[in-house]
Design a binder for this molecule. Sequence first.
Ligand code: SAM
Length: 200
Amino acid sequence: MNRSSYNAIVAHWDVTRSTLLSYELAFLDLLLKNTQPPANILDLGCGTGRPIAEFLLKRGFRVTGVDEAENLLALARQRLPEGRWVQAPLETFEPDDQYDGAVIWDSLFHVQREHFEPVLRKVVQNLRPGARLMLTVGGSDHPPFTDTMYGQPFFYDSLTPEKTVSLLRSLGTAIEHAEFINPPTEGRDKGRYGIVASVA
Ligand SMILES: C[S@@+](CC[C@H](N)C(=O)[O-])C[C@H]1O[C@@H](n2cnc3c(N)ncnc32)[C@H](O)[C@@H]1O
C-alpha cells in the first residue's frame, strides 16, 4: 500500500519535503559527531533523497539510499547521481557493506511491528564500531492503522518509545539522545519520537 501511495503523491511529497528542519539538523550533528567525509551512511526509507541524503552528499559523505517507492527514487537518481540508490523494501534489504552511520527517518513507522527488530538488527550489525544510527519511530503503542495523505492511504505501526529504546539496547547500542519530536495527542496524532543510538 505505502509503495503505491508514495508513488502516487510524488509531486506533492517533493514540494512538501525539501528542506531540513532545525531539530533534524541537531540530530544530524549528533549522527556525524567524530565522523568525517567520505564516511558512508545508510539511509533507509530515503524518499527523494531530499533533504537528508542531499545534506550528507553535499558535505562529501557517501550515501546508500534505500526505498521501495521507485517514483521517489527516480528523483533522487536524477538530482543526486553521486548517491547510490537501491529500490528495496526495508524488510528484505540486505546491506552489502559496513557503514559509518545510518538514518531511518520517518520510515520505520510504515513497517509492521514484527519487522522492527530484524530491520534494526541488520542495520546495527552493519555499522562499524562507534557509528551512530538516527531514527524516528511513532510516539505511542496503538493498533496498526491507516491514515490518508494527499488522498492516498498509508499504513502505520509503532511500539511505545520505551519499547523501541529497550529493543535498541538489546541489540547492543547505547542511547545517546532520545526525545519526543511531537508527543502523542488523544486524537489523530500518535506522536513521533527521535533517537540517536551508537554501536560500541
Ligand atoms: C515519510 S517518508 C520519509 C522520507 C525521508 N526519510 C525523509 O525524511 O523525508 C517515508 C519513506 O519511507 C519509504 N518507505 C515506507 N515503507 C517502506 C518500506 N517498507 N520499505 C522501503 N521504503 C519504505 C517511503 O517510500 C517513503 O519514501
